[in-house]
Design a protein around this ligand. Structure first.
Ligand code: SF4
Ligand code: SF4
Length: 72
């Protein structure tokens, strides 16, 4: 079975540390870091649901397909 992987990029210059992205992320790919700033915990967990991208008020997150790895 193939697993899709995604790159999650946060633009910390635009991010206001509102916390929405790590509240909504269903896989805890993004978690709360220092001073309420978002932190990527494990990019491989991202399922590309785009909730963080769609809900970020500052358009600071980019999620792009990375590669597909074969899983046995
Ligand atoms: S939703 Fe956007 S502005 Fe809010 S913490 Fe996440 S990246 Fe930063
Ligand atoms: S796309 Fe979905 S799973 Fe991936 S980091 Fe954003 S909210 Fe989490």
């Amino acid at each position: 079975m193939a697993k899709k992987l995604f790159s999650v990029d946060i633009d910390y210059d635009s991010c206001k540390s509102c916390g929405i992205c790590y509240w909504v992320c269903p896989t805890h790919t993004i978690v709360e870091g220092e001073l309420q700033a978002p932190k990527i915990s494990d990019m491989d967990k991202c399922i590309g649901c785009m909730q963080c991208v769609n809900l970020c008020p500052d358009f600071a997150i980019e999620v792009t397909p990375r590669k597909v790895v074969e899983k046995k």
